[in-house]
Write a protein that binds this ligand. Structure first.
Ligand code: SF4
Length: 447
């Protein structure tokens, strides 16, 4: 089964569910929650369509290619199994799914765990069994044992013109800080060594609940990014922040990074550097003085890694504005960068903007952009040769080990190859002497 979740138990009498999980880390967390609930109720998760009594497909609807991938996955599950329950972001566009696949059993949107469970109950009633394995306290995780995504909120209050997430996931709803900290504590106790804080807008955490105060371990914390980071730093494991928008209070977390309490890593989706394009994109955060702020952060935290994503060829982007973006890239010297050529998303406001850019020009700009960034990344990694860095081990093979430093988030950034790491174990921290670098990865040996 493509993208299927592996089997979790093997019990003859249990009702069996197949699970296909697509989409971003936020969708992955939704999948983990549904899988945990399925397991709690005695369902067995099986890895093939043939073994399953029904299949749940958690879809993504962010860009056109993700929509197609989701529709293909639904079609495959219907063809191979026949009983299919659809959930996730594409579920918000049920007419599109019904048009192609009128026979799906149920369609629900993201975070609608109750609808998924009720559809599963109807398709295959649960049979409670007193010999069921207890679900581990931390629930079912789809990531390796040593790192976990920590979702701090759902939805988003912004209305970026190229994005339909708010219409799919609704406005910002922050989880109370004590609940997030308790979940993080359980994960740490369960062996997790690195927490990846995710949301649609991490800097906005708590705005909706007016930064409500809660108690954790006898101390009061506000439902707010800085206070959350302070709490997480008590756990003594790595905390990595994703989807941080450059609001002024991001400056507050620099001392925590400088003190080694959270990882010196910021994932900030800048998307562009031209004020006019950012305005057309309706991006949150103040773009003024961005370069100055980056320099200021680096003064306080010299080993800060900044990761970002950009869109090139946004409607109306002139050549001068594209050059402005390249200029920003050169000056900002960001460490890790992902870029996309703008592609219209069904239902997004940006589709109606004048000056849509020709595909060929978009691809040409993307190529230029990536070439500039490749040079910057390679030069920045080259500067690490000769230094000793702390690495968290991800996997081992016959030729050595792969791990990640504070500068590398799983799945999206580079990695560190350790040639003499055959005897290491996933989840172990080691010091590595960096001997070589290319545009993405570092290579070294145990220090
Ligand atoms: S901040 Fe903008 S791009 Fe991000 S989820 Fe919200 S609306 Fe979409």
């Amino acid at each position: 089964m493509k993208n299927a979740v592996n089997s979790t138990t093997s019990r003859e009498s249990s009702p069996k569910v197949g699970f296909v999980s697509l989409g971003c880390p936020k969708a992955l967390v939704d999948s983990e929650r549904i899988l945990t609930q399925l397991k709690v109720e005695g369902y067995e998760i099986v890895p093939s369509y043939g073994e399953a009594d029904a299949v749940v497909v958690n879809t993504c609807g962010f860009i056109d290619s993700a929509v197609q991938e989701s529709l293909d996955a639904i079609g495959e599950a219907l063809h191979e199994n026949g009983k299919v329950i659809v959930t996730g972001c594409l579920g918000k566009r049920s007419e599109l799914i019904r048009e192609s696949y009128p026979d799906v059993l149920s369609i629900s949107g993201p975070q609608d765990y109750a609808s998924v469970m009720s559809a599963v109950h109807q398709a295959i009633p649960p049979t409670r069994n007193k010999f069921l394995d207890l679900v581990p306290d931390i629930g079912v995780k789809l990531t390796p044992k040593h790192y976990a995504y920590l979702k701090i909120s759902e939805g988003c209050n912004h209305r970026c013109s190229f994005c339909i997430i708010p219409s799919m996931r609704g406005d910002l709803v922050s989880r109370p800080v004590d609940q997030v900290l308790m979940e993080a504590e359980k994960l740490a106790k369960g062996g997790v060594k690195e927490l990846l804080v995710i949301s649609q807008d991490t800097s906005a955490y708590g705005v909706d609940v007016r930064y409500a105060e809660r108690e954790w371990r006898g101390k009061s914390y506000r439902t707010r990014m800085t206070e959350l980071c302070e709490g997480l730093s008590e756990l003594g494991i790595w905390t990595r922040l994703h989807y941080v928008y450059p609001y002024p209070h991001v400056d507050e977390i620099m001392p925590l990074m400088a003190d080694g309490k959270i990882l010196p890593y910021l994932d900030i989706p800048f998307q562009h550097a031209s004020p006019r394009i950012l305005k057309l994109m309706k991006r949150p955060g103040n773009v003024d003085k961005t370069l100055e702020r980056i320099q200021n952060w680096r003064r306080q935290v010299p080993d800060l890694t900044i990761r970002s994503t950009f869109i090139v060829g946004f409607p109306g982007e002139t050549d001068a504005e594209f050059q402005e973006l390249l200029g920003f890239l050169r000056e900002a010297e960001l460490d890790r960068v992902g870029a996309f050529a703008y592609s219209p998303v069904d239902g997004a406001k940006a589709n109606d903007l004048p000056g849509q850019i020709d595909e060929e020009l978009k691809e040409d700009r993307l190529e230029q952009f990536m070439a500039v960034q490749a040079e910057i990344s390679a030069a920045k990694l080259q500067r690490k040769v000769g230094s000793t860095i702390k690495v968290l081990i991800d996997e081992i093979d016959a030729d050595g080990a792969w791990g990640r430093s504070s500068a590398d988030a799983p799945e999206i950034d580079g990695a560190v190859r350790i040639d003499d790491g055959q005897m290491l174990k996933p989840g172990q921290f080691v010091d590595v002497l960096v001997e070589e670098a290319d545009a993405h990865d570092l290579y070294g040996r145990l220090a």
